[in-house]
Design a protein around this ligand. Sequence first.
Ligand code: NAD
Ligand code: WQD
Length: 349
Amino acid sequence: MPAPRILVTGGAGFIGSHTCVALIAAGYQPVVLDTLVNSDARSLKRVACITGVEPVLVRADVRDGAALDRTFAAHGVQAVVHLAGLKAVGESVADPLGYYDVNLAGSLVLARAMDRAGVRTLVFSSSATVYGDSQPSPIAEAAPHGPVNPYGRTKSMVESMLADLSHADARWGIACLRYFNPVGAHESGLLGELPNGPPNNLMPYISQVAAGERECLVVHGADYDTADGTGVRDYVHVMDVAEGHVAALHRAARRPGILMANLGTGHGASVLEVVSAFERASGRRIALRIGPRRPGDAPAYWADVRSAWRTLGWRARRDLDQMCADSWRWQCASPHGFDDPVPTLVPGA
Ligand code: NAD
Ligand code: WQD
């Protein structure tokens, strides 16, 4: 019995490559559609080293309906995990039309192509940014949307579009996953985050300071109303997020309708707590200085994760120490251009 094929748009990226590992472990065959605008095809070779199965790569744009039609026709896809998108908040403020084009129009073109192909099981990569910066934590899925930047608005609009689709056509099974702060790397050290240029996000920046690639971490504000004054977030291991997609796929394939689920740990950690955890994991001291608050930053937020457990049977299993240990292993494993010979792992290792 051949493995059921799942189209993973954006599957060569950070979340996508880890999701391919989890899908293969669950008995699926990923078919990746990706422009590689923010990733490297060799990440799929790394997926093969870890699992023994190399995802098929279709190098195409999610906004290209004809390419999607050809992909559905050629690969017998049974469901879609939709991760392709642009994700930098600051960039979305500077280039809103670029973000609406890829994230919103791309999702519309994909949904239409799915409908033409008769494929109506979809897991969509949403974000906690749909909640905005004024919701009390822990934040539950029923909290009102209040995105405060174009990026968050694109995610919120796609969710609304998919909800309308689901209400109009009961054949669709849809799961919208609102990731909080995915961090870490696969435990093998073969996959991880590949930030282009200076990282905007905390964990990759700390990792590069620990490795001596960056001189010092600037803490964006230490005068927030939090335990130590620094920003608090719900960091969640990228492999937990990946496994959350498998759980959501199982649910969406069996139950028509639409569900939203927070993917987080349900706990907040401050910047200084992350720094301490990374110092324990790496054995390195992280040089830092306190800088001004970063515009647009919320003081503190973390997820209410009860619904993800109730509806998906999913909860995060990896703690902050493992997130840091796996990030550090990835940081140390190789020059991040994937320019080293790809090591061979026993499949399924
Ligand atoms: P990423 O940039 O590593 O992965 C996105 C992938 O999509 C890349 O491989 C990129 O080449 C591809 N892509 C971009 N535009 C495309 C297009 N038009 N057609 C086809 N492929 C395209 O980012 P990621 O962190 O893996 O994020 C994946 C998804 O998860 C995104 O939709 C993002 O908005 C969402 N998300 C990420 C985070 C996070 O903190 N990383 C948090 C919440 C939600
Ligand atoms: C975390 C904390 C910073 C860097 C972002 C996106 C969000 C989502 C996840 C896509 C904050 C502090 C950071 C640094 C610092 N992505 N920090 N020094 O902003 O919570 O969320 O990634 O969906 O949309 O907004 O993550 O890692 O940038 O910041 O002090 O050099 O670390 O102030 O408190 P954020 P982050």
